[in-house]
Design a protein around this ligand. Sequence first.
Ligand SMILES: Nc1ncnc2c1ncn2[C@@H]1O[C@H](COP(=O)(O)OP(=O)(O)OP(=O)(O)O)[C@@H](O)[C@H]1O
Ligand SMILES: [Mg+2]
Length: 312
Amino acid sequence: MAILEVKDLKIYFPIKAGLLNRTVDHIKAVDGVSFQIEQGKTYGLVGESGSGKSTIGRGIIGLEKITSGKVYFNGVDITSKNGKEIRKNLQMIFQDPYSSLNPRKRILDIIAEPLRNFERLTKKEEIKRIEELLELVGLSKESMMKYPHQFSGGQRQRIGIARAIALKPKLIIADEPVSALDVSVQAQVLNFMQDIQKELGLTYLFISHDLGIVKHFCDEISIMYKGRYVEQGTKEEIFNHPQHIYTKRLLSAIPDMNPSNRDKQFRIRKKVQQEFDQRYHDYFDSEGLAYSLKPISETHLVALQEDVQKVR
Ligand SMILES: Nc1ncnc2c1ncn2[C@@H]1O[C@H](COP(=O)(O)OP(=O)(O)OP(=O)(O)O)[C@@H](O)[C@H]1O
Ligand SMILES: [Mg+2]
């Protein structure tokens, strides 16, 4: 059974206007998204800025009101009750290590927050747990008494990770966990996340706009565009057999580090852009939105107009 199952999730934000502040329209940040994640796997959610990635993560952990759809955690519908006990198993690492830690709180209180919400520990037990967590993320015991501004970005993200794993959750939603960090520190934090995944048997929902990182880190991948999925499949399917023109365009934009491939990459990009322009209406409706996903194999789904497969 999947540890997480999301069914036709919609999250709309009202747009208000006028003197009476009436709702005149909605931003469809997430517009009918479905997926599941198997225990112990890493599921990548990719898409350009504003495509709705963070909103999905925030909706799942209950930080954003869901307009419609269902979220099941280990088969239990967590949208229908407040399910505090279940939420304990679901934690989030936030996108920006600079703003996600309260600057007025000591590291001790930041990491202890989830523990205080869910477990009754004595002061001594709490200190011991926090020492263990700091050690696990590679920070000294003394860090406990310091404040967020006394740490670097990479260290802050480790503090965010320590907080996220404090309750030994089963699933962690990692929202661009390294995008604010230097490339050299990115690898460190990602390796560390992989180590604790093995150690604690974690499942990740990994949000990123960096396909290079996703290729290295994720088992299954979905590509999002304007609140909808355009394609979903295994890493192999997405990287070696992309089907949607939007996926192809994202892949062709990954920079090739080898300078002798520059001409080849330029030609590929040009070809992909041509296909994008010529076949746009096979892949996007009159509002420029993706069609619903259709399976082309057991694991590979692509958003296509009904009759496109026949046209080919
Ligand atoms: N609280 C909110 N109120 C109104 N609109 C919102 C709110 N939160 C997000 N949005 C809108 O929803 C859309 C999706 O935002 P979201 O933050 O999920 O994107 P994202 O894919 O995480 O982007 P990024 O890569 O920049 O983090 C955007 O158009 C955004 O402006
Ligand atoms: Mg985001």
